[in-house]
Design a protein around this ligand. Structure first.
Ligand SMILES: [Zn+2]
Length: 424
């Protein structure tokens, strides 16, 4: 057992439903076999457990580990290709790089860089878009298993509209996805996600193959993209003449449930939101990606009002880095830019979106530091005297201190990351 002493902040109760920031200025968390087994004021816990080893994290603040609900493993090296809209960015930047993961040694190197990126940013759980090549997905999941974050990921499948090396067939998509799911789903903290890239690059037959994998490998997850960019939406509407709308292209194949996460959904209709809410599917909002590709301003208010679950994704490499702090900050900017259509976000909203909302979207029992939860945590500890340190020490309130963490915090401020009590 270890008694963790820290300034602790988390959001066990949804701020979109009246919850607020929970804050312990000098808190104690008793961690037993990787699980928080007692929580309270440090002094009280110390009296109750006088002989436990103490881990003193009082400098800075301890937060639940971040949950990234949309991030692409093969795109680490194309982060920062700015100034192109989605389809041009894919053609000129992302897809040529994704083709390189056909080479297993290249994929293994990228896998190391990717997991380093996640962990160094304080991300402890992620829903990851894999690669189009099965050996590259193995390389990712081997690295994940070695390092320890909670990752849900799968083989990305497409059978049209992409460079030839990235294409598969419905039969091969089924066979390779199924074999990977059998190898990895439930292996340690790894879970499998059935992953058609997007309807734009996937025929009805391959969407059916995806549905078959979901059915034949019970408990696996589903993820894809939707409604990111107007040109993409128009192209999908052309390809699927019979579909009611873009969300309907997935729903018609039985792919949407409470184990589904669709990325973006910027250009969405009320019918689509009603359908997503009815299926219990979640949306990964990726603010820096939406900004970098000029995709648009995410209608968060409409999602919340219609009861669609939303969490944050970094969308590396269209997104500009692995930090969920940066995504939270950009989310708040974008809601402000929407004016009266925006949903003003408090620091508690940002923390919830970066932690507990993601855990709920991914069906994981993490995302806050309540008793009974695994100890998945990130310690934000700025250098003494730097602007984040000064800001936090002079903050008017815990919410104000947390606002400064989102405004100023970067991976350089991450002093420690734990998953199930293990320091990564
Ligand atoms: Zn994406």
């Amino acid at each position: 057992m270890t008694l963790v002493r820290a300034r602790v902040m988390d959001t066990p109760d949804d701020p979109f439903a009246g919850g607020s920031l929970r804050h312990d200025d000098d808190g104690g968390l008793l961690v037993t076999d990787g699980v928080v087994t007692a929580r309270g004021a440090y002094d009280r816990l110390r009296s109750a457990y006088p002989h436990e080893e103490v881990l003193d994290l009082r400098a800075g603040v301890l937060l639940p580990g971040f949950v990234d609900t949309h991030v692409h493993y093969p795109q680490v090296r194309v982060i920062g290709s700015l100034g192109l809209p989605l389809l041009e960015w894919l053609d000129r930047r992302a897809l040529p790089e994704e083709c390189r993961l056909a080479e297993p040694s290249y994929a293994a190197q990228v896998a190391r860089e990717f997991v380093d990126g996640l962990v160094s940013a304080g991300t402890t759980s992620a829903l990851v878009f894999g690669a189009h090549f099965a050996p590259a997905v193995d390389a990712l999941l081997e690295e994940v298993a070695r390092r320890g974050p909670r990752v849900t990921a799968g083989l990305v499948v497409s059978d049209r509209g992409l460079p030839e090396p990235l294409l598969t067939t419905p039969e091969r998509a089924y066979d390779e996805s199924r074999a990977l799911a059998q190898r990895w789903h439930g292996h340690g903290r790894v879970r499998y996600a059935v992953t058609p890239r997007f309807s734009y690059s996937t025929t009805e037959a391959t969407l059916d193959a995806c549905a078959a994998v979901l059915k034949d490998e019970p408990g696996t997850w589903f993820t894809s993209h939707v409604n990111e960019n107007p040109a993409e939406v128009a192209a999908v509407n052309d390809l699927f003449r019979d579909a009611l709308h873009y969300v309907g292209t997935y729903d018609a194949h039985g792919l949407l449930s409470e184990r589904s996460v669709l990325a973006h959904n910027v250009h969405t209709t009320d019918d689509e939101l009603t359908l997503l809410a009815g299926r219990g599917a979640a949306v990964a909002h990726c603010p820096t990606s939406n900004s970098a590709l000029g995709s648009g301003l995410f209608p968060l208010r409409r999602h919340v009002e219609r009861g669609v679950r939303v969490a944050l994704g970094s969308d590396v490499g269209a997104g500009t880095g692995f930090s969920l702090l940066k995504e939270g900050l950009q989310a708040s900017f974008m809601q402000a830019l929407l004016g009266p259509d925006g949903l003003p976000l408090t620091p508690a909203h940002l923390l919830f979106l970066a932690t507990r909302a993601g855990a709920l979207a991914l069906g994981l029992d993490v995302g806050d530091l309540s008793e009974g939860r695994p100890f998945d945590a990130v310690w934000i500890r700025p250098e003494p005297g730097d602007p984040l340190d000064v800001g936090m020490r002079n903050a008017a309130s815990p919410d104000d201190a947390l606002a400064k963490v989102f405004a100023l915090g970067t991976p350089a401020d991450v002093g420690g990351v734990w998953v199930a009590g293990e320091r990564l």
